[in-house]
Design a protein around this ligand. Structure first.
Ligand code: BES
Ligand code: MN
Ligand code: ZN
Length: 507
């Protein structure tokens, strides 16, 4: 990403940018004659005229693009509705709406005006750093989307410079430093999300388990982190029956990837982050229907979220230990594939009766949890595109959560609020676990249609060995059929920023 992001105006370059972004609230527009102009008296008058006619209401995500015709040193003003009391999510949404207007204008150089209302409102209540971070995230996240692999490369919209500029009095040196810090942090978070999105958008033939391991190795090398890539032979030595069972139907062998981040070598505590890495899910012998199956390239969205988070953590270097684990396999039907009725012996020693080969995520994740625990993890978060049922329950608007520890869940919940990524807890009453009892083994891998998200989660939780654990089912949120807010169509990179917030906040 080559977009320059700065705070304050550098030198005398302030004039003649392609666009100036000005966030406006309903309140500013109803004050009939404000003391200070919004941008410039004649332009303000035109804007108020649009407001009076109900054409621009300063609603959230609403934009009004106006050419300045020489009345202001910029070609266009982009007015963006902002809910002044809405917090970081409103700022991200407003910045994302602005980004879409900039795309339309093919803007290259841009200024974002930080009005007094913004500085005294959101920046004062949220803090300057978080405000800058939210604006940066909203803008940059909304500008990133899936790049098709066409013969002729599409002309890419090339925004080059964005300057956040105080509209009123210049900020103190300390405050200016906070704006810059927030921008830097926002950019870092965005890089993590973009890594996750790009990996998830890769087609299945370009992203096999071995290729995913290669990407993880590249990341670990860049961040100077220790990595283990466990191949099928080594996995057999370590008795990873779940991972090997799911992977055995494919010509592309499975991998268990472990990245070690040691920010606090003196501590015994370590977060285990486990991400589902099914590079393509056909369902196996319990084959999925054809319609929509192509979207199953996103079945490694959990793995991508964990790698994206590691990218940010590796740069921010918090004094915390993290063990990132990615069990990755391709779920295929073949003469070698697992079948309903098979019984697998997992890495933990537990046995599992396969009743549906399409419930494969929990099988690889079970060994993922055991791997994290054997490497020293003391609390566990798994992220997985686990069940279609979570979309039935929550649609695309929230990630489903299951836990065995309400205190840990509370921390995850707070992190997700800071990130603006909704999660919603589902109950884990012990009665649900009866659904996955088996006559042939310790557990069966599907509890049927009822409460599918809960029973899927509880299956994974069985392998947490009593450690605090939270399961995040992102099957409804990792991939979208149409863009919204700061999220594009296709991979969203959801949960990268929540995981980072969770871990960075613990320092
Ligand atoms: N990867 C799917 C879940 C999924 C569905 C993700 C739709 C994204 C969009 C998962 O492996 C799966 O197939 N789950 C089954 C579980 C069932 C067999 C118990 C499902 O949801 O039908
Ligand atoms: Mn499946
Ligand atoms: Zn799957």
């Amino acid at each position: 990403m080559s977009i320059q992001f700065t705070y304050g105006v550098r030198g005398t370059e302030q004039a003649n940018v392609d666009a100036v972004i000005r966030f406006v609230s309903k309140k500013e527009l109803t004050q009939s004659e404000a003391v200070t102009p919004i941008v410039q008296p004649q332009i303000d008058e035109a804007l108020r005229g649009r407001y009076a006619k109900g054409l621009f209401k300063a609603d959230s995500e609403q934009t009004e693009i106006m050419p300045t015709l020489g009345l202001y040193p910029a070609s266009h003003i982009v007015f963006v509705g902002l809910d002044q009391d809405g917090g970081a999510t409103s700022l991200r949404l407003a910045a994302a709406a602005a980004a879409k207007a900039l795309k339309k204008l093919l803007a290259v150089n841009v200024q974002v005006l930080l009005s007094d209302a913004l500085v005294e409102g959101p920046a004062a209540s949220l803090g300057v750093e978080s405000t800058a971070q939210a604006l940066t995230e909203g803008l940059l996240l909304a500008l990133h989307d899936r790049q098709p692999l066409k013969r002729e490369k599409a002309e890419r919209f090339s925004l080059k410079e964005v300057a956040l500029v105080p509209q009123g009095a210049a900020a103190s040196a300390e405050e200016a430093a906070l704006w810059t810090q927030g921008i830097t942090k926002g950019r870092l978070y965005v890089e993590g999300v973009i890594l996750a999105r790009d990996l998830t958008n890769l087609p299945g033939n370009d992203l096999t388990p071995e290729r995913l391991a290669y990407h993880a190795e590249e990341l670990a090398r860049e961040l100077d982190l220790e990595i283990e890539v466990i191949d099928e032979w080594s996995a057999a030595d370590q008795r990873m029956g779940g991972l090997l069972g799911v992977g055995q139907g494919s010509i592309n062998p499975p991998r268990m990837i472990v990245i070690h981040y040691k920010g606090n070598p003196n501590s015994e505590e370590a977060w285990g982050l486990i991400g589902k890495g099914i590079t393509f899910d056909t369902g196996g012998i319990s084959l999925k229907r054809a319609e929509g199956m192509q979207d199953m390239i996103s079945d490694m969205g959990g793995a991508a979220a964990v790698l994206g988070a590691i990218r940010v953590i590796g740069e921010l270097k918090p004094a915390i230990n993290v063990i990132a684990v990615i069990p990755t396999a391709e779920n295929m039907p073949s003469d070698r594939a697992i079948k309903p009725g098979d019984v697998l012996r997992m890495m933990s020693g537990h046995t599992v009766e396969i009743v549906n080969t399409d419930a494969e995520g929990r099988l690889v994740l079970a060994d993922g949890l055991t791997t994290a625990i054997t490497r020293g993890a003391t609390k566990l978060i798994d992220v997985a595109t686990l069940t279609g049922a979570v979309s039935v329950a929550l649609g695309t608007h929230a990630t489903g959560a299951i836990t065995n520890n309400d205190e840990l869940y509370k921390q995850v919940q707070l992190a997700s609020e800071r990130a603006g990524e909704r999660i919603w807890q589902l109950p884990s009453y012990p009665e649900y676990k009866r659904q996955i009892r088996s006559d042939a083994a310790d557990l069966k891998n599907s509890g049927g249609r009822y409460a599918g998200t809960i029973t899927g989660g509880l299956f994974i939780g069985h392998f947490a060995e009593g450690l605090p654990w939270v399961h995040l089912d992102i099957a409804g949120t990792a991939w979208l059929d149409s863009s919204r807010g700061w999220e594009p169509k296709g991979a969203t990179g959801v949960m990268v920023r929540t995981l980072v917030e969770l871990i960075v906040h613990q320092e």
